[in-house]
Design a protein around this ligand. Structure first.
Ligand SMILES: NC(=O)c1ccc[n+]([C@@H]2O[C@H](COP(=O)([O-])OP(=O)(O)OC[C@H]3O[C@@H](n4cnc5c(N)ncnc54)[C@H](OP(=O)(O)O)[C@@H]3O)[C@@H](O)[C@H]2O)c1
Length: 267
């Protein structure tokens, strides 16, 4: 059976493609021969990534500079994808906020919800329908193990990630009911060595995965399951929090995910 991602078509679109998991994801699609629209916020790293991938893998890449937290996202992305059929959509752009609820301004939370919830929904709504019409393609949502239980001191980010997991798995069921050939996968990533921790003002766990490893393991499950949990720690967290009574699950989840990170910041 052909496991090359080229089986999905000619063009992928990846948000958050300038760094971390999104960049590794875009690189993997290019390596398998797909052209790629790379979307993120900052022009210089995005254009550098797009150029490097095009040269290395001899494919076409388009750098689409777009602040996914602002209105007009679709207009910008439609301009960059004019005349192109997107066969694979990867929603990956996101950022985390860690700390007591009132230490972060409301505007930052709203920005996060626009990037993680609104853009994931908007782009899936835009690009899934043509894939269904062609009966070919894939939609990937990058979520987190945070989605498995409420995590204190990360309340909004955790809720965003839970939205992505429920949204992705529910759509997977609708696609299976239609006997669609479009694949859908939600990735519940564990700690990964990216820019995520620096932006959240915290440290990277020593056992964190390389983004390329996360992408490799996750993509093996594309077309096979609704979601995939990366790392044995992530799987243990998923099962333990599911089995515990809710009040205990929230305590354990908060301890497991935030205690050492907050201690590292002296909080
Ligand atoms: N790293 C981890 O430990 C970890 C663990 C679990 C889940 N995840 C998930 O993995 C995904 C990728 O994160 P990462 O770890 O690869 O982090 P990262 O290296 O910080 O990458 C985040 C990407 O999102 C983009 N982005 C952020 N805000 C944006 C905005 N307003 N508009 C457009 N693009 C924006 C960034 O682009 P700019 O730099 O241009 O803003 C960057 O390309 C996220 O969904 C995250 O929740 C990560």
């Amino acid at each position: 059976m052909d496991r090359s991602l080229k089986r999905y078509g000619d063009w992928a679109l990846v948000t958050g493609a300038s760094s971390g998991i999104g960049r590794a994801m875009a690189e993997r699609f290019c390596k398998d021969g797909l052209n790629c629209v790379l979307v993120s916020n900052e022009q210089a790293p995005l254009e550098q990534a797009a150029k490097a991938m095009a040269e290395k893998h001899r494919v076409r890449t388009i750098a689409c500079v777009c602040d996914l937290s602002t209105p007009g996202v679709l207009e910008t992305i439609r301009k960059s994808t004019k005349g192109i059929a997107i066969d694979v959509l990867v929603n990956c752009a996101s950022f985390g906020v860690l700390g007591p609820f009132y230490k972060t301004p409301l505007a930052t939370y709203l920005e996060g919800i626009n990037v993680s919830v609104v853009s994931y929904l908007t782009l899936t709504y835009e690009f899934l329908k043509p894939m269904l019409d062609r009966d070919r393609g894939a939609v990937i949502l990058v979520s987190s193990v945070n989605a498995f239980a409420p995590v204190g001191y990360s309340a909004v980010y955790t809720a965003e990630k839970a939205f992505e997991l429920y949204f992705g798995e529910a759509l997977w069921k609708e696609l299976r009911d239609k006997k669609s050939k479009v694949d859908m996968l939600t990735i519940c990533a564990s700690a990964t060595k990216t820019n995520f921790q620096a932006r959240a003002g915290t440290r990277t766990a020593p056992w964190a995965w390389e983004p390329e490893e996360a992408v490799k393991v996750a993509l093996r499950k594309l077309g096979k399951r609704p979601s995939v949990t990366l790392s044995w720690r992530g799987k243990a967290f998923q099962h333990v929090t599911r089995l515990l009574p809710r009040s205990l699950a929230v305590r354990v989840a908060t301890w497991a995910i935030t205690s050492t990170l907050l201690k590292h910041r002296g909080e």
